[in-house]
Design a protein around this ligand. Structure first.
Ligand SMILES: C[S@@+](CC[C@H](N)C(=O)[O-])C[C@H]1O[C@@H](n2cnc3c(N)ncnc32)[C@H](O)[C@@H]1O
Length: 244
């Protein structure tokens, strides 16, 4: 999925009719893409980042920190929220060979891809579910929750955007991370990367200690609790430990 990439200059793009036919063909044959474009065009309230760009080994520093804290060989329970087509879960399996890992994504086309891949691998300690929140997950059930490149919207990175609430709202972010807190065990770890909001601005953060900060990703401006754009930050906290 290349939803956030820069379009080719007009002179080098195929003619409009070719692009329109390609779009129609992809909408007809590619279910994850069809759902992405539906969410992009119609903006259902429950969806944060509609684009499902992902790849394996995307977050080695963050995954490495969580592995060093939880232990590579421990039988921990991990949640990948916004797992897209599953590359993040496949990567997490390498970091945590004995873990139970669950992937949740709002796009049923993505989850269908994840389930097919899991069936082929024969890995029985993986689970996938289509959902827009962790409301159906049990309380204090996970040792780590990863929410990578989900609590954002690519379009708020455009020049001149001063507010984000036409696309994503701080109150939905705050409600989502409060749910993560409920699902995490005491002492559990929460990773939130490439977000347009700061976890530290939510009431939930009072129960957590920041453990790692990183420079903000490209095309990832920050917005405050009033949904207004903040001054650029040099670093943002991305991994948090829930106090016992
Ligand atoms: C850019 S992808 C990130 C994929 C992966 N986490 C990564 O970083 O490589 C964002 C994903 O978040 C999912 N998503 C957006 N809003 C969601 C929500 N409310 N609940 C669950 N998934 C959501 C999208 O469907 C998409 O697959």
């Amino acid at each position: 999925m290349t939803g956030e990439s820069t379009p080719l200059p007009a002179g080098r793009r195929p003619p409009l009719a070719v692009r329109a036919l390609r779009l129609l063909w992809r909408l007809a044959t590619d279910r994850p893409y069809r759902n992405v474009m539906y969410a992009f065009w119609f903006r259902p309230k429950a969806v944060f980042q509609p684009f499902n760009d992902t790849r394996a080994e995307r977050y080695p520093v963050i995954f490495g920190l969580v592995q060093s804290r939880l232990g590579k060989d421990s039988a921990v329970r991990i949640l990948s929220f916004g797992c897209s087509t599953g590359e993040e879960v496949v990567t997490l399996r390498r970091y945590f060979p004995h873990a139970f890992i669950k992937g949740i994504d709002v796009n049923p086309g993505n989850i269908a891809v994840c389930k097919r891949r899991a069936r082929r691998s024969g890995d029985t300690r993986l689970a996938f579910e289509t959902a827009s929140s962790t409301a159906a997950e049990p309380s204090a059930a996970y040792d780590a929750i990863f929410c990578m490149a989900v609590l954002r919207h690519g379009a708020v990175g455009a020049a001149g955007v001063t507010r984000c609430d036409h696309l994503i709202r701080f109150e939905d972010f705050a409600a989502t991370v409060a749910e993560f807190d409920r699902c995490l065990k005491p002492g559990g770890l929460l990773a939130i990367a490439h977000s347009n909001f700061r976890f530290g601005d939510t009431p939930t953060a009072a129960a957590f200690t920041p453990l790692m900060s990183r420079p903000p990703g490209p095309n990832t401006p920050l917005f405050g609790p009033d949904n207004a754009r903040l001054e650029p930050a040099e670093r943002v906290d991305v991994v948090f430990g829930k106090r016992r």
